[in-house]
Design a protein around this ligand. Structure first.
Ligand SMILES: NC(=O)c1ccc[n+]([C@@H]2O[C@H](COP(=O)([O-])OP(=O)(O)OC[C@H]3O[C@@H](n4cnc5c(N)ncnc54)[C@H](O)[C@@H]3O)[C@@H](O)[C@H]2O)c1
Ligand SMILES: [Zn+2]
Length: 343
């Protein structure tokens, strides 16, 4: 099968390319190399690299030529600096996806389309009040956070809420520009499926970590930030009280989920997660344990008003629809990540 991987020079795209070439697929990558200081060295050998932007119509036209399947990973990632970034995010992620879909449409492509989405489409996680059942958490208040009250409260009775795993039918509630572009990417792609008859699957990755994760950029994930601190002999600085909960999923598992999705006829959106929720404090401690003589993580009580307290994925739909279950456990994955090469 000939597969186009957009963003194939990136962290997740690169891991997907490795798996595809290892099983003998013919892989073409379209990547602007925007996220790279130097040309990436790790692209597996038989991959054909087209250096070009999703906004470049001619590059995209060449990239989709003759492909049987498309795995769309390219995107401007992270949270950006402030709202001034809105036009860049929309141009790259919405505009880029639109350009890709139009090129596929012009080719009458009805093959498999898999797109990278994110847990950020949900905004907050899911919460339950012991009295009122499933409720939406109220926006967090500065005075609560200043006093160290980090748990969201029930809008009806004010009781602290317990988290529950987020299922895919949760309301989409993007809370920043990047998240809004991920929702739009899902919607445009699913419309393409409806109009063309192609089977389209969106994978909502949770917190991805592993080898070749970008380091030290304002956009790097928290695992990479802690890892960089430990390498320089500093203690990871854990915000809030460290009990905020996430699902950390290894990039090998994310790549495997993409191959399963490419091989499946299932249309829809599903979480891609480890199913092993952990607190950010646990993650810092697990990473620090991988460095001999590393300082203990410091819980700082600092906060960012826009941060989500708990987002934990329900992994069941991916298992049912795609047969995907994560294989890298938290302890083993984090121990390896302490020494994985970063980009
Ligand atoms: N890393 C995570 O935790 C995470 C979580 C949820 C979703 N995602 C999604 O996964 C996908 C891959 O992310 P990643 O973490 O590998 O990031 P990455 O920056 O390592 O990879 C993205 C790649 O896309 C390329 N690119 C960016 N804009 C482009 C454009 N306009 N045209 C062509 N190429 C372009 C970059 O050069 C880079 O190689 C993205 O769609 C991202 O939104 C990532
Ligand atoms: Zn209540």
């Amino acid at each position: 099968m000939r597969v186009l991987v957009t963003g194939g020079a990136g962290f997740i795209g690169g891991a997907i390319c490795e798996r595809l070439t290892a099983r003998g697929d013919d892989v073409v990558v379209l990547d602007s190399l925007a996220a790279h200081k130097e040309p990436p060295e790790h692209l597996p050998d038989p991959v054909e690299l087209i250096v070009g932007d999703l906004g470049d119509e001619e590059a995209v036209r060449r990239a989709v030529e003759g492909v049987d399947a498309v795995c769309h990973q390219a995107a401007r990632v992270g949270l950006g600096v402030d709202f001034d970034d809105v036009s860049d995010y929309v141009a790259d992620n919405d505009g880029g996806t639109a350009n890709l879909l139009r090129a596929l449409w012009r080719r009458s492509f009805t093959g498999r389309l898999v797109v990278a989405s994110s847990m950020v489409v949900y905004g907050e996680g899911r919460y339950r009040c012991p009295e009122h059942g499933d409720v939406r958490a109220e926006p967090r208040r500065r005075d609560d956070l200043d006093e160290g009250r980090f748990e969201p409260r029930c809008p009806r009775c004010g009781t602290g809420l317990a988290w529950a795993p987020v299922t895919e039918d949760a309301r989409l509630d993007p809370r920043n520009v990047y998240a809004a572009t991920k929702v739009h990417t899902e919607h445009l792609s699913s419309l393409y499926g409806r109009e063309s008859g192609a089977a389209v699957c969106a994978l909502r990755y949770h917190n991805v970590y592993g080898p070749r994760m970008p380091r030290d950029t304002p956009y790097a994930g928290v695992a990479s930030i802690f890892r960089s601190a430990l390498e320089s002999g500093a203690a990871p600085r854990v915000f809030e009280d460290g009990a905020q909960t996430r699902d950390f999923v290894h990039v090998d598992d994310v790549a495997r989920a993409n191959l399963l999705a490419l091989d499946s006829p299932w249309s829809g959106a599903c979480n891609v997660a480890s199913g092993e929720p952990r607190s950010v404090g646990d993650m810092a401690r697990a990473l620090a344990a991988g460095f001999s003589g590393a300082p203990e993580p410091v819980v700082t009580g600092e906060y960012r008003l826009g941060d989500v307290r708990h987002v934990v994925a329900a992994p069941d739909l991916a298992a049912e629809a795609l047969g995907f279950r994560a294989e890298t456990g938290f302890a083993a994955g984090m121990a390896a990540f302490a020494h994985d090469p970063l980009r």
